[in-house]
Design a protein around this ligand. Sequence first.
Ligand SMILES: [Zn+2]
Ligand SMILES: [Zn+2]
Length: 269
Amino acid sequence: MIQNLHTHTTFCDGKNTPEEMVRAALSLGMDSLGFSGHGPSSAPDEAAMAPEAVPAYRAEVLRLREQYAGKLDLFLGIERDYFFTPDGGEWDYVIGSVHYVQKDGAWLGVDHSPEIFLHSVEQHYGGDFYAFAEDYYRLVGEVPERTGCQIVGHFDLITKFNEGDKLFDTGHPRYMRAALEALDRLAGRDVIFEINTGAMSRGYRSAPYPAPWLLRAMRERKIPICITSDCHDRANLLYAFPQAAELARSCGYREQMVLTCQGFVPEGL
Ligand SMILES: [Zn+2]
Ligand SMILES: [Zn+2]
């Protein structure tokens, strides 16, 4: 089954309407597609839907689900930030993600731009990337209880601008400890982690999240995975999916979870 559950549309910060995404998915031969618009948040997030925009998002996805029934299974989801605010109604699934760390009353964006990321670490952590990472992973470890998610979004998003470890050393004991503590906390929570190719399609990384050593640690902890592209442009609906599947296999995974009308089920990779 070819599926992507992490997609954004013009209802938040995506380029295409939901219907354009559906047509692109059909032309790619996909079996199903999930929409995960950025839900309302108390963080100053321009990508997030305003609460009053949510009903129109829901209505449009549900309209398309009717219209394309029998051709493509559509799922109505949402990407809830750690600092999400009420988004109303039932969702087929929830992706829980950390996009901000709050420090000294300031909102520090994790993935907005290399400049914002560097500035945040300089201004609020005295240049200590590991202290930032410790705060980030503390929040990530709380994401399921906070957001009620079934999928944990882009676990090591904090490495988005760190290709080749150019900003900080992901082999540093403090970094590894912070990430593994979050993993251990999440391992018993019955959540799926995504292998996410979004930073690749945007030209920031040459490999998906999470890093291979984290994927192997996830595999050891029996954490299930799904493959997504965090798609903001229909051209990237299946961006680097074969590479993501290969990465999963190389880290010991033999199946991924896919969402069906009966819920999440495992499928061979
Ligand atoms: Zn996200
Ligand atoms: Zn996203």
